[in-house]
Design a protein around this ligand. Structure first.
Ligand code: FES
Length: 104
């Protein structure tokens, strides 16, 4: 799936459903653009309802877990696992989203 970069916010979280039905969230932060499963590893709720701070930290609105917007690493509980990442590249002015990546 490709999304023109001009359709993305300058900063923030942008939820998208992929053609295979996967819900993902695109995080646009000072560290760049990354794509994650829109599913908090704490209780599976959508992190896209949360916020992305100026420091590049995604905060889940449900119980306050925090994740790096560039790597998905959990930086504050109650979650312990990272947000699962999807492959992504920028090609000719569009963000191309690839498959879900293996953890680690
Ligand atoms: S569902 Fe995200 S912190 Fe609980």
């Amino acid at each position: 799936m490709e999304i023109p970069l001009h359709k993305l916010p300058a900063h923030g979280l942008f939820p998208v459903t992929l053609p295979d039905g996967s819900d993902v969230v695109i995080a646009v932060s000072p560290g760049g653009i990354a794509v994650f499963a829109d599913e908090c590893p704490h209780q599976g709720l959508p992190v896209s309802a949360g916020s992305l701070g100026a420091d590049g930290t995604i905060t889940c609105p449900f119980h306050g877990a925090q994740f790096s917007a560039t790597t998905g690493a959990c930086v504050c509980g109650p979650a312990t696992d990272a947000l699962p990442r999807f492959a992504s590249t920028i090609v000719e002015g569009s963000l191309r989203i690839g498959p879900r990546l293996a953890p680690g």
